[in-house]
Design a binder for this molecule. Structure first.
Ligand code: ZN
Ligand code: ZN
Ligand code: ZN
Length: 104
């Protein structure tokens, strides 16, 4: 599912301003929202991150181990957890706290 330049550009324009929904759009896994490049691939060191090979920007994008939803560090609904440094899923799970057995 390679995006052509026009598609990548319109996604970039749209989500640069309206970041809510980034996590649920699968095409955005391959678009850098910093520079608009589509040269985005898996991070060589961190399996839960993607990296833009054009500008070097890395971001979290992975499946939540608890509910299976996509977690994207650029989405405002996936804020960083201060304890584990990972991102919080919309279900509340992160690297140190999963919905399984969590306390309020
Ligand atoms: Zn970039
Ligand atoms: Zn989840
Ligand atoms: Zn955490």
């Amino acid at each position: 599912m390679a995006l052509d330049r026009e598609q990548a550009k319109s996604l970039f324009e749209k989500y640069r301003k309206h970041r809510d929904g980034i996590r649920s759009n699968p095409e955005l896994a391959g678009v850098c929202l910093i520079c608009g490049s589509t040269h985005v691939g898996p991070h060589p060191e961190f399996s839960q991150q993607m990296i833009c090979h054009s500008c070097g920007f890395a971001f979290y994008r992975y499946r939540c181990p608890d509910c299976g939803a996509t977690v994207d560090g650029r989405d405002p609904l996936n804020p960083a957890c201060r304890e584990c440094g990972l991102r919080q899923c919309t279900c509340g799970a992160c690297g140190c706290r999963s919905s399984y057995g969590s306390s309020p």
